[in-house]
Design a protein around this ligand. Structure first.
Ligand code: SAM
Length: 314
């Protein structure tokens, strides 16, 4: 069998989408730039120099170097309003390029998800729920800044252990079955004939092996992405778009599950990273294992369990 086709484009997402033929994409799976700020040239320079800015550079623990995290709580009202406009533009472009019944699955975070969801709904997308990625993050859980000992029993925000992915659908033409026949979209692909796609996915932080192939600060794990991307095309037919592909984890997942896909990235060094990383990430095994109780579990679930056992320092 021929490997599935994919196209990578060094371009600004909205400019690319505006020239794409209308109704020619069957799903969008993406992890957009949330702060907007974190991927500006000035903030990327600070990140690459290890000097922080909007990026929180976590200290190392046990010789284990952790990835930087963007600080979303530093956004002011002007920046939040820019974020709403950004997602309004995204929603308009997405509505045009997607076929009826197509899904958008969009990574977000508990602090900002409303700024993404509202513009999508205002543009006419139906909110179909959320996929919850259960993951040990390093967000929150801190005592008040510069008063740690005075308020030793206080946590300012809960330690976050989940990541919401918004699930939206462009309205179907007619019934779901009509839409499936005509456009091959309208539903989500089941895990198997006996198991539907579930909206909670146990996940581990991205494995070091993947990070060494694609050292992008927001690289998503293949074990998660393959489940999400696979679900996005109910009949396994059509084209998946990631307009903010970073190092290409969505595209690699699409190749691994046998789907056609297109990735857009405007940063030349992340674009080159994706060109090299996609075939390598796509080839990685995310094996199933059999648990002690005889239940098939994925590598991601194993990593997740190990992460819980190791505590939040991983
Ligand atoms: C959160 S990261 C995605 C990371 C990706 N999930 C991965 O696993 O590598 C968002 C990416 O969008 C890119 N980006 C930001 N604004 C963009 C735009 N207007 N058009 C295209 N790419 C953009 C950034 O350079 C960044 O690499």
């Amino acid at each position: 069998m021929k490997p599935p086709q994919y196209g990578l484009h060094l371009a600004e997402a909205f400019a690319w989408m505006s020239t794409r033929e209308a109704q020619s994409i069957h799903a969008i799976v993406t992890d957009p730039p949330y702060g907007l700020k974190e991927y500006t040239e000035i903030e990327k320079r600070k990140l690459r120099a290890g000097r922080g800015g909007v990026w929180r550079i976590p200290p190392s623990f046990d010789g284990c170097k952790r990835s930087p995290l963007p600080r979303f709580t530093v956004l002011d009202e002007t920046e939040r309003s820019a974020l709403r406009s950004f997602f309004a533009e995204f929603a308009t472009q997405a509505m045009r390029v997607l076929v009826p019944g197509a899904h958008i699955i969009i990574a977000t975070n508990p602090l900002l998800s409303h700024l993404v969801y509202l513009p999508l709904m205002e543009a006419g997308f139906e909110k179909r729920g959320e996929i919850i990625r259960l993951v040990q993050t390093l967000r929150g859980g801190d005592r008040p800044k510069n008063a740690h000992t005075e308020f030793a029993g206080v946590t300012v925000m809960p330690r976050s252990r989940w990541e919401p992915w918004g699930l939206f659908r462009k309205p179907c033409e007619g019934r779901v079955q009509d839409n499936l026949r005509r456009w091959k979209t309208g539903g989500l692909r089941r895990v198997s004939e006996t198991e539907p796609f579930n909206d909670v996915i146990q996940s581990a932080p991205t494995r070091p092996e993947e990070r060494s192939i694609a050292p992008h600060p927001s690289l998503k794990p293949q074990a998660l992405m393959r489940q999400v991307v696979r679900a996005a095309l109910p009949l396994g037919a059509g084209v998946v778009l990631d307009p903010f592909m970073g190092a290409g984890s969505t595209i690699a997942a699409a190749v691994a599950v046998g789907y056609e896909s297109i990735g857009i990235e405007r940063d030349p060094s992340y674009f080159r990273m994706a060109q090299e990383a996609v075939p390598k990430l796509a080839k990685l095994a995310t094996n199933s294992h059999i648990s002690r109780r005889g239940i098939a579990i994925t590598q991601d679930q194993l990593d997740f369990a190990e992460g819980l056992a190791a505590g939040p320092h991983r």
